[in-house]
Design a protein around this ligand. Structure first.
Ligand code: PGA
Length: 277
C-alpha cells in the first residue's frame, strides 16, 4: 500500500483532489466512488474550487456513493444524499442521472442492493474510490465482523459508530441503526482506492488498517489485499504508524524519480517546504 503522510488536513485534501483531476484528465468519463463524513469535505471543497476555475469537468462522470442510512429520505438534513448535494453535487456539473447514492427509503433492501451492484458493473466499475475510516476501523459501514468478501447489503451499525455519528443529530436516539453499504468485496473491485484519515482520533484505526493483520475486525485492513490503494493521512493520523519514516522516504524519492508528471501532482498538492524536506 502506498502511504502518503501529508502535513495537515488541507494538504491531504489537495492531494486527493489532485488524484481525481489526474484521473479525469486521462479519462473524462471516469466512475468515481464517493464517501461521506467529515474527512472528505476538504477534498470536495478542492474539487469545487477546481471546477469553478475550469480545471476539471464532471459532465461525463458517473458517481456511486458508498452508503446511506436506512430510514432517511433524500431531503433529510442528515441523509448522505443531502450531504453529497450540499458538499459537492450542487456545485459541479455532474449530470443528475449519473449520480448514485443508495436509497434510504427502499423497502426491498435485497433487490435494491443487487441493483446497485449491477449499476456499478454496467458503468464499467469504479475508477477511484474515496474512503474514510471509522473509529472502529470500518470502511463504508462495514462494521467489525463484516465478511471481507461482502457485497452491497443492509448492515446494522455498531454502538461505536452510532456514538461517533451522534454529533450530527440532535440526540443519539435519532441516529439510524441500519444502513445500506457497499461491501468490502465491492470496494476491493475499485481500480484505485484512496483512504483518507485526519486527526489523532484516527491514529489507532489507521495503524491497525495499514500495519496490522488483515482481519474482519478492522475492515479497512482488507485494503492490504488491494493492488492499488493510496492512504493519504495527516501527521496526527499517522502518529502510530511504525514505518512512518520509511513512508516519508519513499514519497520523497518517488517525487525525485518519477519526473515532471509526479512533481506536477505533488506540487499541486503539498506545500513547497514539505517537498523540499
Ligand atoms: P469521519 O467518518 O470522516 O466523519 O471521521 C469516517 C467514517 O466513519 O468512515
Amino acid at each position: 500500500m502506498e502511504v502518503i503522510i501529508a502535513p495537515d488536513y488541507a494538504s491531504m485534501s489537495r492531494l486527493a483532489a489532485a488524484m481525481v483531476v489526474d484521473l479525469l484528465n486521462a479519462k473524462p468519463n471516469a466512475v468515481l466512488g464517493l464517501a461521506t463524513g467529515s474527512t472528505p469535505i476538504g477534498t470536495y471543497q478542492e474539487l469545487v474550487a477546481l471546477y469553478r476555475a475550469r480545471k476539471i469537468d464532471f459532465a461525463r462522470v458517473t458517481t456511486f456513493n458508498l452508503d446511506e442510512y436506512v430510514g432517511l429520505p433524500v431531503d433529510h438534513p442528515q441523509s448522505y444524499s443531502h450531504f453529497m448535494r450540499t458538499n459537492l453535487f450542487n456545485h459541479i456539473n455532474v449530470p443528475e442521472r449519473a449520480i448514485h447514492v443508495p436509497s434510504g427509503t427502499t423497502t426491498n433492501h435485497a433487490a435494491f442492493c443487487d441493483w446497485y451492484e449491477e449499476e456499478i458493473k454496467a458503468a464499467g466499475g469504479i475508477d477511484i474510490q474515496l474512503l474514510g475510516i471509522g473509529g472502529d476501523g470500518h470502511i463504508a459501514f462495514n462494521e467489525p465482523g463484516s465478511s471481507l468478501g461482502s457485497r452491497t447489503r443492509l448492515k446494522t451499525l455498531t454502538q461505536q459508530t452510532i456514538d461517533d455519528n451522534a454529533r450530527f443529530f440532535d440526540t443519539a436516539a435519532e441516529v439510524p441503526r441500519f444502513a445500506i453499504t457497499m461491501g468490502v468485496g465491492t470496494i476491493l473491485e475499485a481500480r484505485h482506492c484512496i483512504l483518507l484519515a485526519s486527526g489523532e482520533g484516527k491514529a489507532l484505526p489507521v495503524a491497525q488498517a495499514i500495519e496490522g493483520p488483515v482481519t474482519s475486525m478492522v475492515t479497512a485492513s482488507a485494503l492490504q489485499l488491494h493492488p492499488r490503494t493510496t492512504a493519504i493521512v495527516d501527521e496526527a493520523a499517522a502518529a502510530r504508524l511504525k514505518l512512518r519514516e520509511y513512508y516519508r522516504w519513499v514519497h520523497r524519492h518517488k517525487a525525485q524519480s518519477q519526473g515532471p508528471h509526479f512533481l506536477r501532482t505533488a506540487e499541486a498538492s503539498l506545500p513547497r517546504d514539505h517537498l523540499a524536506e
